[in-house]
Design a binder for this molecule. Structure first.
Ligand code: ATP
Ligand code: MG
Length: 573
């Protein structure tokens, strides 16, 4: 069976879990009876497509729910209407499903809680824990203080509760202009933690929301919305990335002030960073909007959609998430580890076929003209059930131009004048003559074949060192091969020199389009289907393919430099 990467495999079985500090916390909470069942959540903001960093969080949250027989919610954190869109909501759901996870009926939106969030805000106001502030954003910034200097109290901080309540209701009713007022939590302008210095929890913003339309002109801030949403859903462990560590006191403060149903525990872990790419939706949006790539699903993008289109498999992305594990310390994962995971998976599933990217004609002078022979070829040596197929062979063939050298160095195992090599699935051939064109470039090779060597064997069992891929010149099809390289020329595009940005490190050669030739079976390749082009790499049919003109994305080469580093079997943490 061929591997079709548009169909995801489902993940019913728990893997033998490797322990980490989050599992230790959960084990403890279950043992002590603090919880009898765990509830986690993945809370994307629908302001872009998911990237491979998100897959770490997805696999962590859904994986914990699976392993502990708990539940994982999908919650759209949609409190910022200007940046959000249903296109992103849809793509996020598609990507999570493709990754193999299922939120069942646990789909939530923070926007569903707007009414409750509003009611809780009135409670804070009545309790003297929130106030309406009329400072401009600029003034507020000035009064916030620094890491070493305390902030300054807002002149509006001590308004009576009744006045705050009246103003807040009128904010909701649309009586004030955008930015004219905010609702702020009344905590401590002298706190060592800047997040606790009377943070804004509501702002006025006249923007249509993708779900609530124009119903609201005030929107709650993330730091206020998130803990309450977690509590309303009965989340037990609210797992987020390290940049929220300093927000945890605020998370806890909000829940401590309000009559919420429970108080989830926020736990932070290190984000996944990957070399040679950027991993922030904002930067990825710039690449898309300014046309540096062809959309969110451009195969060079680190988005889940891009990786899927490129031919990376869901199993490989999950394997990456498993291998990197969960830690508190930030680290950057080598892109080659991801490529290694992809190769490992495709090696098991991808059908082996032959294509030639840079064709050089070979004429077999002692092979009969007007004859085509069908030879049996194994589809996948790693998978007996994949069976065999018949491939055509005749007098004129193509081999890869780089597989021939007129004057080869010592140790050259490929074709050269007088040398004998094996053609995969076919015969031994010997190069008799090199024919040059008018410019002195090699035009074709005249070779002879050994009829006794069919299937790669000779009766005298003589050995040849090289085996080359080839295709039959009169029975092949033209295909477009898209060869990708890293999108950036440096491993960390975000640590740009003075005066430069990540855009200055875009790789001008990240995409090469090649007109190649392939065996006829590839005419039927379906978009999303992956193959190993023998000796060339793994390729995945792109959805730009037309019935007689397939297009293939190179997923990854066959060469594995990661394994050579000798750390494949080690976990990174
Ligand atoms: P970005 O900065 O790329 O826009 P984000 O954190 O704003 O990412 P969200 O949609 O808010 O994106 O993220 C949803 C969840 O995914 C959050 O819990 C967040 O912590 C997690 N997440 C985001 N990026 C990474 C990453 N690189 N590694 C691990 N988890 C991540
Ligand atoms: Mg975010």
């Amino acid at each position: 069976m061929n591997h079709k990467n548009e169909e995801s495999d489902t993940l019913t079985e728990a893997k033998t879990p490797v322990s980490n500090f989050i599992r230790t916390i959960i084990d403890n909470d279950l043992q002590t009876g603090k919880h009898s069942k765990i509830v986690t959540r993945f809370p994307p903001e629908p302001n872009g497509y998911l990237h491979v960093g998100h897959t770490k969080s997805i696999c962590l949250n859904f994986g914990l729910a699976r392993d502990y027989q708990g539940v994982c919610h999908l919650r759209f954190d949609d409190t910022n209407p200007e940046a959000e869109d249903v296109e992103y909501v849809d793509s996020i759901m598609e990507d999570i499903r493709w990754l193999g996870w299922d939120w069942k009926d646990k789909l939530f939106y923070a926007s569903d809680y707007y009414e409750k969030l509003y009611d809780y805000a009135e409670i804070l106001i009545n309790d003297g824990k929130a106030f309406v502030c009329e400072l401009s954003a600029e003034e507020m910034n000035k009064n916030r203080g620094t890491l070493t200097q305390p902030g300054i109290d807002s002149p509006w901080r001590d308004r009576p509760a009744a006045e705050n309540l009246d103003l807040f209701r009128r904010m909701r009713a649309g009586e004030f202009a955008d930015g004219q007022m905010t609702l702020r939590a009344k905590i401590d302008m002298r706190s060592g933690n800047i997040n606790m210095r009377d943070p804004v929890i509501y702002r006025i913003k006249r923007a249509s929301h993708h779900r609530t339309g124009d119903k609201w002109c005030i929107y709650p801030m993330y730091d206020y919305t998130h803990p309450i949403s977690d509590a309303l859903e009965g989340i037990t462990h609210s797992i987020c990335t390290l940049e929220f560590e300093d927000h945890r006191p605020l998370y806890d403060w909000i829940l401590d002030q309000l009559p919420v149903p429970c108080h989830p525990r926020q736990i932070e872990f290190a984000r996944l960073n990957l070399s040679y790419t950027v991993m922030s939706k904002r930067l990825l949006l710039t690449l898309v909007k300014e046309g540096y790539v062809n959309g969110w699903d451009d195969p060079r993008m680190p988005t889940v959609a891009g990786m899927r289109r490129r031919g990376f498999t869901a199993a490989a992305l999950r394997e990456l998430a498993d291998r990197i594990g969960v830690a508190k310390a930030s680290s950057t994962v080598d892109f080659e580890l991801l490529q290694y995971c992809v190769r490992e998976d495709l090696n098991k599933h991808a059908k082996r076929v032959m294509a030639v990217l840079d064709p050089l004609k070979v004429i077999i002078e002692n092979y009969p003209e007007d004859t085509t022979e069908m030879l049996e070829a194994i589809n996948n040596p790693e998978d007996e059930t994949a069976g065999t197929r018949m491939i055509p062979f005749s007098r004129e063939l193509y081999i890869e131009r780089e597989d021939f050298l007129t004057d080869p160095p010592k140790g050259w195992f490929r074709l050269a004048p007088g040398a004998e090599i094996r053609l995969k699935h076919a015969y031994y051939i010997t190069c008799k003559e090199v024919v040059l064109d008018a410019d002195g470039k090699i035009d074709k090779l005249i070779c002879s074949y050994d009829p006794a060597s069919g299937g790669g064997w000779t009766e005298d069992a003589r050995k040849v060192k090289g085996t080359l891929h080839w295709i039959d010149a009169s029975n092949c099809i033209p295909v477009e091969a898209r060869i990708y390289d890293q999108l950036f020329t440096v491993s960390d595009p975000m640590s740009a020199e003075e005066g430069k940005t990540f855009l200055d490190y875009l790789n001008p050669d990240s995409l090469k389009v090649i007109k190649a030739l392939a065996e006829p079976s590839l005419a039927e390749a379906k978009p999303g289907e992956s193959f190993q082009f023998l000796r060339l790499g793994y390729f995945c049919a792109d959805y730009d393919s037309k019935p007689s003109a397939p297009v293939f994305n190179r997923v990854v080469t066959l060469k594995d430099s990661w394994q050579k580093k000798g750390v494949v079997s080690q976990r990174l943490v």
